[in-house]
Design a protein around this ligand. Structure first.
Ligand code: PLP
Length: 388
């Protein structure tokens, strides 16, 4: 059969292995800085001539990422933040203006506000629910718009096609952090976004034991700019991490389905709890972004937010210490359930985060444990929270 017509899960399993004509299922893991040559023509000829350019496993991961995102070019980076920074810095230079979503992953926002400023770029936040009104923020020197869907911590969904339409009319490029969508739940390039970025660290790796980032585009000119910026900064992905990301992709589809089912079950259960004021999950019909999610996404995963009702004095400390399956940790996308209090991280522009918050905002990642156990764990913590 023609593998290009196969379903995404089939294509992620049958990457270029056979085409490379090897005898093992998986590619060889070459841990190398030095690449050896017999003569000068080889040394200065065919690439890769140095390990930083990536070897077999990198080429296979790049091909898989192109397939996943419907891209023509993929460039790997050491982690997700580096991939976001690479994509942005490939599009803007001194004197330019960048618009970035107010719900961007915190360190990406920090890159825009601190590093880009040091590089002479003016970076401005916009409300993630702005839609086509984004054109009112365009300036003659606006070069790029950075989106994330859904937003970190608060899970708003931007009307990406509306932003893309407004931006492309003015020749402004768009980038979208597609880590939540993981390439399977959301296809930004098909919606007209110029560059899609993923932190492979999350669902691609899937086991909380490696980092990785990837920048994808269909545009040859943009790919050349991304490649040049990556070369100039010496951006590279360690071979072991590339191997783990590629291995993770083989089971991404199956894991995401499990995260989605458990995530939805837990989100619905939490929405009924008296301690919970609101659940921030775009796949719930009550979400203000549900219609956009239905239009632009094909599914959801295990990551969502919860706003609690105001807890009694000391309640949150008791809540976190009573948990035994959910642990506090800043990542997500792995096999284990995690929880974090978000209020300390939530630095937003006035008016963008309009939800009247009753109490603390938590972010939950629902792992692959039995949901009955996860509910029992949270039930015990809710009991401790109320002091019973
Ligand atoms: C949406 C999003 N983008 C990017 C990143 C950065 O990824 P990394 O930790 O690999 O730098 C994260 C990390 O949590 C994230 O949640």
């Amino acid at each position: 059969m023609n593998k290009d017509e196969a379903a995404p899960e089939t294509r992620l399993i049958h990457t270029r292995a056979e085409r490379l004509g090897r005898v093992t299922v998986n590619p060889p893991l070459e841990r190398a800085s030095t690449v050896l040559f017999r003569d000068e023509a080889g040394l200065y000829g065919a690439k890769p001539t140095y390990g930083r350019m990536g070897l077999t496993v990198h080429r296979e991961l790049e091909a898989a990422m192109c397939d996943l995102e419907g891209a023509r070019h993929a460039r790997l980076a050491g982690n997700g933040l580096q991939a976001c920074a690479l994509a942005i810095a490939s599009l803007v230079s001194s004197g330019d203006h960048l618009l970035f979503t107010d719900s961007a992953y915190g360190p990406t926002a920090r890159f825009c506000e601190r590093r880009l400023k040091a590089m002479g770029v003016d970076a401005e936040r916009f409300d993630p629910r702005i839609g086509d009104e984004i054109s009112s923020l365009f300036r003659p020197n606006t070069r790029a718009v950075f989106l994330e869907a859904p937003g970190s911590l608060t899970f708003e969904i931007t009307d990406t096609p509306a932003v893309v339409a407004a931006a492309s009319q003015r020749g402004i490029r768009t980038i979208l952090d597609n880590t939540w969508g993981a390439g399977l739940l959301h296809q930004p390039l098909a919606l007209g976004v110029d560059i899609s970025v993923q932190a492979l660290t999350k669902y691609a790796v899937g086991h909380a034991d490696a980092f990785g980032g990837a920048v994808m585009t269909r545009d040859n000119g943009l790919a050349a700019r991304i490649a040049a910026a990556s070369e100039d900064w010496g951006i590279a992905l360690a071979p072991d991490d590339a191997y783990l990301a590629l291995r993770g992709l083989r089971s991404l589809h199956t894991r995401l389905k499990a995260h989605e089912a458990s995530g939805l079950e837990m989100a619905h259960w939490l929405a009924e709890r008296p301690e919970v004021a609101d659940v921030l999950h775009p796949a719930l019909p009550a979400s203000p972004d549900h219609v956009l999610w239905q239009r632009d996404f094909t599914g959801s995963n295990g990551l969502f937010g919860v706003i609690l009702n105001p807890p009694p004095e000391g309640g949150m400390d008791r809540f976190f210490s009573a948990l035994s399956l959910f642990t506090l940790g800043f990542s997500w996308g792995g096999f284990e359930s995690l929880i974090i209090p978000c209020d300390q991280q939530l630095e937003r522009m006035k008016g963008s985060w309009t939800q009247t918050r009753a109490g603390p905002l938590l972010r939950l990642h629902i792992g692959l444990e039995a949901t009955s156990d996860l509910k029992r764990d949270l039930e015990g913590a809710f009991k401790a929270l109320s002091g019973n």
